[in-house]
Design a binder for this molecule. Structure first.
Ligand SMILES: *[C@@H]1O[C@H](CO)[C@@H](O)[C@H](O)[C@H]1NC(C)=O
Ligand SMILES: *[C@@H]1O[C@H](CO)[C@@H](O)[C@H](O)[C@H]1NC(C)=O
Length: 218
Protein backbone atom coordinates (compact mmCIF):
# COMPACT_ATOMS: atom_id res chain seq x y z
CA UNK A 1 0.00 0.00 0.00
CA UNK A 2 2.81 2.36 0.81
CA UNK A 3 4.38 1.80 -2.59
CA UNK A 4 1.08 2.65 -4.25
CA UNK A 5 0.73 5.92 -2.33
CA UNK A 6 4.36 6.77 -3.05
CA UNK A 7 3.66 6.54 -6.77
CA UNK A 8 0.82 9.08 -6.36
CA UNK A 9 3.12 11.49 -4.54
CA UNK A 10 5.84 11.18 -7.18
CA UNK A 11 3.30 11.89 -9.95
CA UNK A 12 2.05 15.01 -8.16
CA UNK A 13 5.54 16.41 -7.51
CA UNK A 14 6.69 15.67 -11.03
CA UNK A 15 3.67 17.39 -12.62
CA UNK A 16 4.13 20.63 -10.76
CA UNK A 17 7.71 20.99 -12.02
CA UNK A 18 6.82 20.68 -15.71
CA UNK A 19 5.78 23.76 -17.68
CA UNK A 20 2.55 23.35 -19.63
CA UNK A 21 2.83 23.60 -23.41
CA UNK A 22 0.32 24.63 -26.07
CA UNK A 23 -2.10 22.23 -27.78
CA UNK A 24 -0.82 18.65 -28.17
CA UNK A 25 -1.94 18.47 -31.80
CA UNK A 26 -1.96 14.70 -31.49
CA UNK A 27 -4.97 12.49 -32.22
CA UNK A 28 -5.22 8.72 -32.44
CA UNK A 29 -6.89 7.57 -35.68
CA UNK A 30 -10.70 7.84 -35.65
CA UNK A 31 -10.73 4.06 -35.98
CA UNK A 32 -8.13 1.72 -34.53
CA UNK A 33 -7.69 -1.83 -33.28
CA UNK A 34 -5.17 -3.00 -30.71
CA UNK A 35 -4.39 -5.71 -28.20
CA UNK A 36 -3.90 -4.33 -24.69
CA UNK A 37 -1.88 -6.05 -21.99
CA UNK A 38 -2.97 -4.67 -18.64
CA UNK A 39 -2.23 -4.71 -14.93
CA UNK A 40 -4.84 -3.19 -12.66
CA UNK A 41 -4.37 -2.35 -8.99
CA UNK A 42 -7.17 -1.03 -6.84
CA UNK A 43 -7.12 0.49 -3.38
CA UNK A 44 -10.30 1.55 -1.67
CA UNK A 45 -9.36 3.90 1.15
CA UNK A 46 -12.80 3.75 2.80
CA UNK A 47 -12.76 -0.07 2.94
CA UNK A 48 -8.95 -0.29 3.30
CA UNK A 49 -9.06 -3.05 0.66
CA UNK A 50 -6.57 -3.62 -2.14
CA UNK A 51 -6.63 -5.93 -5.17
CA UNK A 52 -4.59 -6.87 -8.22
CA UNK A 53 -5.69 -8.16 -11.64
CA UNK A 54 -3.95 -9.07 -14.90
CA UNK A 55 -5.83 -8.64 -18.13
CA UNK A 56 -5.76 -8.67 -21.89
CA UNK A 57 -8.18 -6.78 -24.11
CA UNK A 58 -8.74 -7.01 -27.84
CA UNK A 59 -9.91 -3.45 -28.34
CA UNK A 60 -11.88 -1.82 -31.20
CA UNK A 61 -12.20 1.97 -31.14
CA UNK A 62 -14.59 3.58 -33.64
CA UNK A 63 -15.01 7.33 -33.17
CA UNK A 64 -16.74 7.64 -36.57
CA UNK A 65 -19.51 5.25 -35.48
CA UNK A 66 -19.28 6.44 -31.82
CA UNK A 67 -18.76 2.92 -30.50
CA UNK A 68 -16.24 0.84 -28.60
CA UNK A 69 -16.01 -2.94 -28.31
CA UNK A 70 -13.57 -5.14 -26.43
CA UNK A 71 -13.09 -8.74 -25.49
CA UNK A 72 -11.38 -8.96 -22.14
CA UNK A 73 -9.72 -11.86 -20.34
CA UNK A 74 -9.19 -10.92 -16.73
CA UNK A 75 -7.35 -12.85 -14.05
CA UNK A 76 -8.25 -11.31 -10.72
CA UNK A 77 -5.51 -12.54 -8.41
CA UNK A 78 -7.21 -11.18 -5.30
CA UNK A 79 -10.70 -12.61 -5.90
CA UNK A 80 -9.22 -15.77 -7.54
CA UNK A 81 -11.62 -15.30 -10.43
CA UNK A 82 -10.92 -15.57 -14.16
CA UNK A 83 -13.46 -13.96 -16.47
CA UNK A 84 -14.00 -13.57 -20.20
CA UNK A 85 -16.12 -10.54 -20.90
CA UNK A 86 -17.28 -8.95 -24.11
CA UNK A 87 -18.26 -5.29 -23.81
CA UNK A 88 -19.93 -3.19 -26.50
CA UNK A 89 -20.66 0.50 -25.91
CA UNK A 90 -22.89 2.37 -28.39
CA UNK A 91 -22.74 6.04 -27.43
CA UNK A 92 -25.33 7.16 -30.00
CA UNK A 93 -27.87 4.75 -28.52
CA UNK A 94 -26.80 5.39 -24.92
CA UNK A 95 -26.33 1.65 -24.32
CA UNK A 96 -23.66 -0.56 -22.83
CA UNK A 97 -23.80 -4.31 -23.36
CA UNK A 98 -21.80 -6.70 -21.18
CA UNK A 99 -21.73 -10.35 -22.20
CA UNK A 100 -20.38 -13.10 -19.94
CA UNK A 101 -20.92 -16.80 -20.79
CA UNK A 102 -23.59 -15.95 -23.42
CA UNK A 103 -25.54 -13.93 -20.86
CA UNK A 104 -26.03 -10.29 -21.77
CA UNK A 105 -26.57 -7.35 -19.47
CA UNK A 106 -27.81 -4.09 -21.03
CA UNK A 107 -27.31 -0.77 -19.28
CA UNK A 108 -28.26 2.81 -20.14
CA UNK A 109 -25.35 5.23 -20.24
CA UNK A 110 -25.33 9.00 -20.61
CA UNK A 111 -21.62 9.63 -21.18
CA UNK A 112 -20.24 10.83 -24.50
CA UNK A 113 -17.37 9.05 -26.22
CA UNK A 114 -13.90 10.17 -25.19
CA UNK A 115 -12.15 12.09 -27.99
CA UNK A 116 -9.24 10.33 -29.69
CA UNK A 117 -7.20 13.54 -29.29
CA UNK A 118 -4.77 14.39 -26.49
CA UNK A 119 -6.62 17.29 -24.80
CA UNK A 120 -5.31 20.84 -24.78
CA UNK A 121 -4.69 20.82 -21.03
CA UNK A 122 -2.20 17.94 -21.39
CA UNK A 123 1.43 18.47 -20.45
CA UNK A 124 4.34 17.11 -22.46
CA UNK A 125 6.60 14.98 -20.27
CA UNK A 126 9.26 14.73 -22.96
CA UNK A 127 10.36 12.38 -25.71
CA UNK A 128 12.28 9.11 -25.76
CA UNK A 129 13.21 6.44 -28.26
CA UNK A 130 12.45 2.75 -28.61
CA UNK A 131 14.59 0.24 -30.50
CA UNK A 132 14.27 0.33 -34.31
CA UNK A 133 14.19 4.12 -34.27
CA UNK A 134 10.67 4.59 -32.92
CA UNK A 135 10.41 8.00 -31.25
CA UNK A 136 7.81 8.41 -28.50
CA UNK A 137 6.27 11.38 -26.73
CA UNK A 138 4.80 11.16 -23.24
CA UNK A 139 1.74 13.23 -22.35
CA UNK A 140 0.27 13.81 -18.90
CA UNK A 141 -3.49 14.36 -18.87
CA UNK A 142 -5.20 15.41 -15.62
CA UNK A 143 -8.85 14.49 -15.08
CA UNK A 144 -10.13 17.77 -13.66
CA UNK A 145 -13.70 16.50 -13.26
CA UNK A 146 -13.25 13.21 -11.41
CA UNK A 147 -9.72 13.60 -10.11
CA UNK A 148 -6.91 11.29 -11.14
CA UNK A 149 -4.88 11.46 -14.31
CA UNK A 150 -3.34 9.48 -17.13
CA UNK A 151 0.07 9.34 -18.71
CA UNK A 152 0.10 8.32 -22.36
CA UNK A 153 3.04 7.41 -24.60
CA UNK A 154 2.45 7.86 -28.33
CA UNK A 155 4.58 7.58 -31.43
CA UNK A 156 5.92 11.05 -32.30
CA UNK A 157 5.32 10.72 -36.04
CA UNK A 158 1.70 9.64 -36.26
CA UNK A 159 0.34 9.70 -32.70
CA UNK A 160 -0.36 5.98 -32.26
CA UNK A 161 -0.72 4.71 -28.68
CA UNK A 162 2.18 2.77 -27.12
CA UNK A 163 1.31 2.69 -23.44
CA UNK A 164 -0.94 4.31 -20.88
CA UNK A 165 -1.03 4.44 -17.11
CA UNK A 166 -4.17 5.79 -15.56
CA UNK A 167 -5.19 6.43 -11.98
CA UNK A 168 -8.69 7.40 -10.90
CA UNK A 169 -9.61 9.86 -8.18
CA UNK A 170 -10.27 8.43 -4.70
CA UNK A 171 -11.46 7.18 -2.36
CA UNK A 172 -11.55 4.11 -4.64
CA UNK A 173 -8.23 4.42 -6.46
CA UNK A 174 -7.91 2.26 -9.57
CA UNK A 175 -4.53 2.30 -11.27
CA UNK A 176 -4.22 0.61 -14.65
CA UNK A 177 -1.16 0.14 -16.79
CA UNK A 178 -1.85 -0.72 -20.45
CA UNK A 179 0.63 -1.76 -23.13
CA UNK A 180 -0.70 -1.40 -26.67
CA UNK A 181 0.29 -4.24 -29.00
CA UNK A 182 -0.33 -4.59 -32.74
CA UNK A 183 -1.91 -1.16 -33.06
CA UNK A 184 -3.66 -1.06 -36.43
CA UNK A 185 -5.49 1.79 -38.13
CA UNK A 186 -9.09 0.85 -38.94
CA UNK A 187 -11.36 -1.84 -37.50
CA UNK A 188 -9.90 -5.28 -38.25
CA UNK A 189 -13.14 -7.08 -37.32
CA UNK A 190 -16.35 -5.03 -37.82
CA UNK A 191 -18.44 -7.92 -36.41
CA UNK A 192 -17.00 -6.99 -33.00
CA UNK A 193 -19.78 -4.36 -32.81
CA UNK A 194 -22.62 -6.81 -33.51
CA UNK A 195 -24.99 -7.06 -30.57
CA UNK A 196 -25.62 -10.74 -29.70
CA UNK A 197 -29.24 -11.90 -29.87
CA UNK A 198 -29.21 -12.62 -26.13
CA UNK A 199 -28.96 -8.86 -25.49
CA UNK A 200 -32.41 -8.21 -26.94
CA UNK A 201 -34.23 -10.51 -24.54
CA UNK A 202 -35.35 -9.37 -21.13
CA UNK A 203 -33.48 -11.31 -18.49
CA UNK A 204 -35.47 -13.21 -15.92
CA UNK A 205 -34.31 -12.76 -12.33
CA UNK A 206 -32.72 -16.23 -12.37
CA UNK A 207 -30.66 -15.25 -15.38
CA UNK A 208 -29.45 -12.08 -13.69
CA UNK A 209 -28.36 -14.13 -10.69
CA UNK A 210 -26.64 -16.60 -12.96
CA UNK A 211 -24.91 -13.68 -14.68
CA UNK A 212 -23.50 -12.44 -11.38
CA UNK A 213 -22.27 -15.91 -10.42
CA UNK A 214 -21.03 -17.00 -13.81
CA UNK A 215 -17.44 -15.99 -13.16
CA UNK A 216 -15.20 -19.02 -13.23
CA UNK A 217 -13.83 -19.42 -9.70
CA UNK A 218 -10.68 -21.38 -9.01
C1 LIG B 1 -10.74 -7.94 -8.31
O1 LIG B 1 -11.49 -8.43 -7.24
C2 LIG B 1 -11.63 -7.51 -6.15
C3 LIG B 1 -12.31 -8.25 -5.00
O2 LIG B 1 -13.53 -8.80 -5.43
C4 LIG B 1 -12.44 -6.32 -6.65
O3 LIG B 1 -12.62 -5.37 -5.60
C5 LIG B 1 -11.68 -5.67 -7.81
O4 LIG B 1 -12.43 -4.58 -8.33
C6 LIG B 1 -11.40 -6.70 -8.91
N1 LIG B 1 -10.53 -6.10 -9.91
C7 LIG B 1 -10.92 -5.89 -11.18
C8 LIG B 1 -9.92 -5.23 -12.07
O5 LIG B 1 -12.00 -6.21 -11.61
C1 LIG C 1 0.42 -9.39 -33.20
O1 LIG C 1 0.82 -9.49 -34.57
C2 LIG C 1 1.72 -10.59 -34.83
C3 LIG C 1 2.20 -10.47 -36.24
O2 LIG C 1 1.11 -10.35 -37.13
C4 LIG C 1 0.97 -11.88 -34.56
O3 LIG C 1 1.82 -12.97 -34.79
C5 LIG C 1 0.52 -11.89 -33.09
O4 LIG C 1 -0.28 -13.04 -32.84
C6 LIG C 1 -0.32 -10.65 -32.77
N1 LIG C 1 -0.56 -10.64 -31.33
C7 LIG C 1 -1.73 -10.33 -30.78
C8 LIG C 1 -1.77 -10.39 -29.30
O5 LIG C 1 -2.70 -10.00 -31.43
Amino acid sequence: MFKFLNICVVVVVFTSTVVALASANCCFPDQWTANLVETTGEYNRDLDAASLAYGNRQFYFDYTGKQIAYLESLDNRTAHVKTQTKTIIKYNEGKKYTIISQKCKTEDISSTMESPCIPDDATLFGAHSYPAGVMAEVWFVPDKVNGGSKRISVTKDDCLPLSESRITGGPDYVMRMSLYQNVTKGITDPTAFNIPASCNQLLATDDVLHFRNSADRY
